[in-house]
Design a protein around this ligand. Sequence first.
Ligand code: ADP
Length: 491
Amino acid sequence: MAKKENTVEDSGFLTDWKYAPAPEDNKHIRLNKKYDLFINGKFVKPVKGKYFDTINPATEQKLAEVADADEKDVDTAVKAAKNAYDKVWKKMPAKERAKYIFRIARLMQERAREFSVIESMDGGKPIRESRDVDVPLAANHFFYYAGWADKLEYAFPNRNPQPLGVAGQIIPWNFPLLMAAWKIAPALATGNTVVLKPAETTPLTALKLAEIIQESGLPDGVVNIITGHGQTGAAIVNHPLVNKVAFTGSTDVGKIIQRAVAGTNKKVTLELGGKAANIIFEDAPINQAVEGIVNGIFFNQGHVCCAGSRLFVQEGVADEVIRKLKNRIEKLIVGDPLDKNTDIGAINSKEQLLKIQDYIKIGKDEGNDFYQSSCSIPSKGFFCRPTLFINTAQSSRVVQEEIFGPVLTIQTFRTIEEVIEKANNIPYGLSAGVWTDKGSKIFNLTSKMRAGVVWANTYNKFDPASPFGGYKESGFGREGGLHGLSGYLNM
Ligand code: ADP
């Protein structure tokens, strides 16, 4: 790290440091040219022989081709899962099931570095995130749910919990491996079998997970991983042998899924969009809160459904917070996801970048005050500078709609009643954050916020033991913790 000038500005952060590149090595990564479907314990070609490219969004280069599963492939996968459920998995003593889940967690830990690098290459997220958050948390979910497998009677006393059968699981591109773990681990612990589809732009870590599952000796057909687009997902949802649908993704697709399962006896959990309020009171530790805001919306490119994308700041500290926030985002490093210094990696796809750019235009056209970091961005790949819209109106589209990018809207407030009203006045209700010195204020606010998760004096903290999920158009059902088991059980 070469030092240019070492000053401490009033935000408390060292400034004007120039970082030399510190790229994570990716020479050890072995990717196949083509990836087939993981069905019944083997990698098999898709019936129609169709494949699509998955690219590195930071370089726009092709990483591999992956199979495009059609209805027939989905049917084979679901039947394999049903067969494994009837013949092996539901009959296996729970303590034996737990050993497989535990083994998957261990194997994932052993290959953690490989997983982190592939996650950053395929999805564009900074290696710091994939290495320190995604991969360890994914392994921890398997460890956590391995522990529950033979204790379901204690988790739900006197309720005779029983598995549902085949779980169809569809996940998005923002946390590819972690979402796979959130879905697969509790399904297996409760005795269900699985057909999982990763998102079309980020299939590689799920396919690597398939390799681990094969290596773990998990009985054939207990977990099937198939790749494809929306139609593949729809075929899973509509398959008559699927007993449970677990979906994380957009609210629009969530609504399609809910309509598709209406009138069937399939169980559903939906984790959909979000537009979280991050609320700063005058008595908050301001520097800490500024860092929390940055962590909440800018790290990870704002590609988090629970991203703190709406900032509410109490009037008395608004000028200070906005000034410090501007200073801070000037210092954020946007660029190579594999560089350990990078704060904001690549936007996941060209489509997503265009969507974010559209919203930035909408926000400007609406007349909101606009501020964007002047930091440099690579000339190739999909990148977006951290962006603020200041003095936004509650009715503004950039305040109301999910952007899923590094764009923060800022509103001020005077009283706790006012901020609760404004924060709740939105179709979503996934998460929120509150920054204050007063415990009583935290409890007052959290009990009135219509949000599934409320973080106090921190943001984006996850643990396998704590449940996560939404209110309103953010979906229903909980993942994680004890609650995460119940979505996979008949009781
Ligand atoms: P995002 O906007 O985050 O990409 P989507 O809801 O479009 O979210 O996608 C999330 C996941 O849902 C992906 O795996 C995608 O392929 C899948 N998907 C898209 N359309 C459908 C559909 N009609 N039925 C089931 N799954 C779908």
